[in-house]
Design a protein around this ligand. Sequence first.
Ligand SMILES: [Mg+2]
Length: 189
Amino acid sequence: MKIALDVDGVLADLAGMIIRLYEEDTGHRISRDMITEWEFWVKLSMTRQEFIDLITRSWRRWTELQPIEDDVAEDVEQLNKVGDVDILTQRPAETVEYVKQWLKQHGIKYRRFMWVPLKASKTSFIYDVYIDDSPHLAEKLANTRRTVFLYDQNWNRRVKPAPNIRRISSLDEAYQLLTCGDGFEQGSV
Ligand SMILES: [Mg+2]
């Protein structure tokens, strides 16, 4: 089984760092509850490019970027036991090396690092299971034979249910579903 594991919003708390940088820049504190959509930067009157720059600046400070779950290395290790885990991450080119260093620093092991440029699509990379927080990825893969474990975040709550999409609130839950089944039909696995 091939598993694609996302970074931002699943392993790393990018939102926390963005909130911090935005406050440093403007003096205004954004509440996490305000980030209810993927394109939340529109609400802040930012352009897409300004937001991409904010992501790049956040990752330049990778040593301060926190994992979302405390036991992230162990959780990924569990997933490594049930399948081949690749990091599948879409991001600005400059941030790739920072992410690799962050993963190493947090003891996160994986098979391959797959970088998806901003102009490409994750759906071109074929996996059995995607662990991701992107509502757009879930919508694109809905009703296909590929399984999406949608990592629960405020910004993906509006994704409509589909037989191959399962909302999870932790990486351990993904592991439990892959090993115990829980009546969940896996796509092509
Ligand atoms: Mg993500």
